[in-house]
Write a protein that binds this ligand. Sequence first.
Ligand code: DQA
Length: 146
Amino acid sequence: QSILILNGPNLNLLGQRQPEIYGRTTLDDIREMCTEHAQTLGIEIEFEQSNHEGALIDRIHQSKALHDGIVLNAGAYTHTSWALHDAVASVELPTIELHLSNVHAREPFRHHSCLAPVVIGLICGFGANGYRLAMDAMYSWLEDSA
Ligand code: DQA
């Protein structure tokens, strides 16, 4: 199995960005945690971040040929980007929507997700550990569908 873990805008600032909401863990810490967890599961991962909508879309397109599934924390593009929705729908790879924070307990504009209709499931509210949970969920989903 190979999973793309794709992070959207402002997630490069994790650790210093609103730590009361997102915690003190940096994106590099999360990348390391995911790499270790991938070894435990015996799978491959690619871990990336971009602040640019088009770059995220390009990455999703490329993943079709390279990966079996996508874990996507699209940041605020989650709430606005029908282009990301279309990209996920187009590649037909199982995709999990991920958020560190519980978006439903926050401002109303975070309650809507453009991605929700095209993902296999969502994980939110578990902080950095959500990345591990999302990897476990994708691993099981891919095993079950093999
Ligand atoms: C986020 C939640 C989004 O609403 C926000 O815009 C982010 C981070 C999260 O991981 O909790 O940038 O995706």
